[in-house]
Design a binder for this molecule. Sequence first.
Ligand SMILES: *Cc1c(COP(=O)(O)O)cnc(C)c1O
Length: 390
Amino acid sequence: MSLNWLEDQVKSLKEQNLYNNILTIESPIGPEIVINSKKLLNFCSNNYLGLANNPKLKAAAISAIKKYGIGPAAVRTIAGTTVLHKKLEEALAKFKKAEAVITFQSGFAANTAVIPALIGEGDLIFSDELNHASIIDGCRLSKAEVIRYAHINPADLEAKLKSADKKVKKMVITDGVFSMDGDIAPLDEIYKVSSKYGAMLMVDDAHGEGVLGESGRGIVDHFKLHGKVDVEVGTMSKAFGVVGGVAAGKKEIIEWLTQRARPFLFSSAMTIPDVAACIASVKILERSGSLVKKLWTNADYLRAGLKKMGFDTGTSITPIIPLMLGESKLAQDFSHELFAEGLFAKAIVYPTVAQGKARIRIMNSAGHSKVQLDKALKIFEKVGKKLKVI
Ligand SMILES: *Cc1c(COP(=O)(O)O)cnc(C)c1O
């Protein structure tokens, strides 16, 4: 079969400045990384707490490999699970002050696991219009009807819940921190509205874990909604510095997921070094909130500096800082100029964000030093002036 149509598609992406160039990193992920033998300041990774290359996580992974090997070698329901997997789930439940936790291979897998297990054909999902792609896919897999409500707008959610059939099963789903804008869902109000209309509530806290709440316990802790949000999905690929998905919540829900969540039943578990490293991450956060504090200090410093220069940093109130630029071409050019100056921060363009909302997304980390932040500010200023953004 001819694949000319694919060549045409790729060519068209390139012409529209929408082609994703995937760069090869030749160093560990940290505040600085090496690409094409060039050292760059890194403001791209979701490595909020700088744990991706943490010595304690590495040591935990190595010692677990020595003791238990690497692969889980099958799905957990058929071949059993390791003590480490159990230990991680207990540690996460304690950390999140949740009744129970189940882990998945990734946050993406967690969303496609949890949503279809809890809601299905003939039911209704109320979903924030800017929810993450993995939530959208989870909703599609569920076959429930999806009603999108206006972004972080509990009043619109309420209007939509109100006009829905009372007898139908309902679920409200929202991102906790929105990954492209860095704004926070008003989960307290969303909880009030959801419970008023008898809807289950699910939050995806991928960008809130390790960032919000006491010692990075996440958005449920931030709003003190323990035991009220039915299920909190998350990831260990961001602040935790490893990889893996989480669902935390009421024990009935977690138990049901072990019986009906398809990525749990039909896909092998996280690997042993990943699990061991995640346990080490949770321990670090349990012990001290200092990394979380440093992350926020860094983010506030960078944001204030950028704003003072005249950049538009959108609606973000978290360590995700979008530099709003508008057109894809400008965002791509901006990113290339930053790269030439020694700073890695990629352009985010359609379809990740809406057309005309292209941006540079700056990801902060507790790992950056003040000297690195000052160097970054100088580079942003230079490029901003050169491209007449400021
Ligand atoms: C990153 C992200 C995910 C996916 O997590 P992975 O562990 O990388 O698969 C899911 N939901 C949200 C909101 C995210 O930002």
